[in-house]
Write a protein that binds this ligand. Structure first.
Ligand code: ZN
Length: 125
């Protein structure tokens, strides 16, 4: 667990680069994804577990600072964020590890199927 003050600091730094995030509760913050620029906020960051991912593109990571690095945030800020989580001693639980899901070879992403009628509906979802 990180303290509320530290959490507010991390949140503040993310809001600077990603815009005002929407708090979904349970430390989950939702942002517009800077990697795919989807028109809906599909990038989700967890301030406790530090895991972040975009539900549209493949952007994801296990640490908040890796997200900040990708967004060219000042090194001082990244250092401070790393320190906050280091001091909080966050240790991932075994079942908390990232699990890679293998998709069948015939799987196609929705972007490969733009010609089908469901595409627009699904994409706008
Ligand atoms: Zn994305």
């Amino acid at each position: 667990m990180i303290s509320e003050i530290d959490k507010q600091y991390v949140l503040g730094q993310m809001n600077v680069v990603l815009g005002e995030g929407r708090n979904l509760g349970n430390s989950e913050i939702q942002y517009y994804c800077p990697f795919c620029s989807h028109h809906k906020p599909k990038l989700q960051v967890n301030l406790e577990s530090q895991k972040w991912r975009c539900w549209v593109c493949s952007a994801r990571g296990k640490k908040v600072h890796s997200l900040l690095k990708k967004l060219s945030v000042d090194y001082d800020v990244i250092q401070k964020v790393m320190k906050i989580y280091d001091e909080a001693g966050y240790v991932p639980k075994a079942d908390d590890e990232f699990v890679e899901i293998r998709l069948p070879s015939e799987y196609k992403t929705i972007l490969d199927n733009q010609h089908i009628i469901e595409f627009r509906v699904a994409y706008n979802y």
